[in-house]
Design a protein around this ligand. Sequence first.
Ligand code: 13P
Length: 252
Amino acid sequence: MRRKLVVGNWKMHGTQALVSALLEEVIAGTANLSDEVEIAVCPSFLHLELAKELLAGSKIKLGAQDLNAEPDGALTGEVSASMLADFGINFVIVGHSERREVFKETDQLVAAKFAAAQANGLTPLLCIGESLEQRQAQTTEQTVISQLDAVIDRVGIQAFSEAVIAYEPIWAIGTGETASPKQAQEVHWLLRDHLSDQDAAIAGAMRIIYGGSVKADNAKDLFKQADIDGGLIGGASLKAEQFLAICKSADF
Ligand code: 13P
């Protein structure tokens, strides 16, 4: 049985005051959730320290939003996988569509980041997803499979035994338009089926979570789908009440 996973991606939002208030409520509100659901938050790099202090002793895991693929070096402004591991980070998001689109990250760079994260004992949370144009052109399947294959080609299927995939259709991110449970399930099944061609056990245990306008009122229907193992939550993860309701929707 795959444990559900709900991750808050705070993106470039928040102040120290917001982080403190939000985590205080989230820690209190998730204390009684069953062990069937795992929760993580990904603050900005600047807020990781504060979040780590606040989360000490709680069940909530800490994630980063990005990393540099190089081990170290003269790369002003960057943060390496070993720095994140040394700090005590559990998860790191790689290949978010905002990084692919705004910062022009290629499939190859995303694969290198995935490899660097794993080499340092971090669990990569690999984001893949199609644009609206790709969905309309009916190339969703080839888009997400080629994004996934770029990483499998680099690290091998075995590496996926310690990873999470997030399917995030770009047209659903921050738009208020969620993929329907059926649309999301179709892609999640496709991804699992593709992994299964290479290793059925890894595919069966792989957590594939959904992201894109997940809210308190649509989370449950998404999480009930056979191949949806939780959510990667943007906007709604910044509001304690919404995020808590989403976490509770995963606890069944
Ligand atoms: P929203 O939940 O704001 O649509 O963002 C989804 C996302 O990009 C999470 O990584």
